[in-house]
Design a protein around this ligand. Structure first.
Ligand code: ASP
Ligand code: MG
Length: 426
């Protein structure tokens, strides 16, 4: 018997029929002797519908007053789905109770629409569990220090579930979703992509930040901080499948790295088209230039990712970095208006038709030559590398966006991900 947290995404909660299936699945786990806490998302489309209504009345406005009301509004989606699930469980003869974030309470800061969880009081939930109840806690929401309802950002129910699991020291947090696990890469790009049986938490963090959309990145950070074992699995299996089989399905995100995991040099390939490249040309090469260029960018609240500075020639150098594509024009304008004149640089140029492709794997720690193998593979395909960045378990390259799929497929093959022992085919 263990304390288990289940999280169900919007698709799993998408109709009363699906909610009934969730209830039956949860009841099955409870009857097997587990203490069950369930964190649902809003029914699919509901958050978009609610925020759409707000938009009809007023354009999105920065500022606390508007943000507060958006959270008041959007949080109702999860309140409804949680109550419906409790009703469905009761209809299955279970003792079940649902709580909104403020009733637990899940305390957050007051950054409306993207609040961060600060603490969770586990007393009420624990008392209910001891009394044999299934407890449902709304995803996506909390309450700030002044008693205002907050939400955690889109996809935030993942983070709610992990945080609740951490607070309750749950044995495992199962994220039921519309994909059946974490793949070596996106199967829409590489049909040979395989589901990973296990992935280390660090790899998952890199993959989530590199463009894999399976989990909200903050939920992975949270899981890391509190060592919550996470499992991503399909909610489309029949609710009455064998519990042991279900409990071993999907992908386990784990803190225990075993030998087998390290043997795979690369575990996954991530990619995204979200970035754009900006270069400041002919910058006088003297102390402080990086700080001056990137300082101006940071002051405008623009996040910078890959950075390179060229070797200087005749006391001048070129300085390049990537930003989110949505910030591309803003960055160019800002550099032209402020930085070029202040530094006496020659020009600013940019390219927003780039993509970033990354190989990720804890095996990179113990294998040499992984990056050069990546570069050789890309060069064999005639793909030019524009920028490179590395960490202990990841190598990323920036290339022309038109080669993205070619690069991902070639790398998937190069690192034997089409047929790795620790994976099973989809
Ligand atoms: N319902 C929220 C959203 O759509 C939170 C979530 O589903 O995780 O973003
Ligand atoms: Mg989601």
């Amino acid at each position: 018997m263990a304390l288990i947290v289940h999280k169900y995404g919007g698709t799993s909660m998408g109709s009363t029929e699906r909610i009934r299936n969730v209830a039956r699945r949860v009841a099955k786990w409870h009857k097997a002797g587990h203490q069950m806490v369930v964190v649902p998302s809003a029914m699919s489309g509901e958050t978009n519908r609610l925020l759409g209504l707000a938009k009809e009345l007023a354009p999105a406005k920065p500022g606390k007053a508007h943000g507060r009301e958006l959270d008041m509004l959007a949080s109702t989606g999860e309140q409804a789905s949680s109550a419906l699930l409790a009703i469905a469980l009761q209809a299955e003869g279970m003792d079940a109770v649902s709580y909104a974030g403020w009733q637990v309470p899940i305390k957050t800061n007051d950054a409306y629409t993207k609040a961060r969880i600060e603490s969770i009081d586990d007393a009420r939930v624990r008392a209910d569990l001891e009394a044999g109840k299934v407890v449902i806690v709304t995803g996506f929401q909390g309450i700030d220090g002044d008693g205002n309802i907050t939400t955690l950002g889109r996809g935030g129910s993942d983070t709610s579930a992990v945080a609740v699991a951490a607070a309750l020291k749950a044995a495992e947090c199962l994220i039921y979703t519309d994909v059946d696990g974490v793949y070596t890469t996106d199967p829409r790009v590489v049909p040979e992509a395989r589901r990973l049986l296990r992935v280390s938490f660090e790899e998952m963090l890199e993959m989530a930040s590199m463009g894999s959309k399976v989990l909200q990145i903050r939920s992975v950070e949270f899981a890391g901080k509190y060592q919550v074992p996470l499992r991503v699995l399909s909610s489309f299996t029949p609710w009455d499948i064998d519990l042991a089989e279900e409990a071993a399905s999907g992908t386990l995100i784990t803190f225990e790295e075993d030998e087998q995991m390290e043997q795979a040099v690369v575990s996954g390939i991530a990619f995204n088209r979200d970035e754009a490249k900006v270069s400041v040309l002919g910058v006088p090469d003297k102390p402080g230039i990086a700080a001056q260029i990137l300082g101006a960018v940071a002051d405008a609240n623009i996040e910078v990712d890959v950075i390179i500075q060229n070797l200087s020639k005749d006391g001048k150098t070129d300085f390049s970095f990537t930003v989110h594509r949505n910030d591309y024009q803003k960055t160019l304008d800002l550099l032209k208006a402020q930085v070029v004149p202040a530094l006496g640089a020659a020009d600013v140029v940019g390219d927003n038709r780039i993509c970033k492709v990354s190989i990720v794997g804890i095996g990179m720690r113990s294998h040499v030559g992984v990056a050069s193998r990546m570069f050789r593979c890309l060069s064999n395909e005639g793909i030019n590398i524009q920028m490179i960045s590395t960490s202990e378990i990841k190598t990323s390259v920036v290339i022309d966006e038109k080669y993205m799929e070619l690069a991902v497929r070639a790398l998937h093959r190069e690192f034997d991900l089409d047929r790795t022992a620790d994976t099973i085919s989809a």
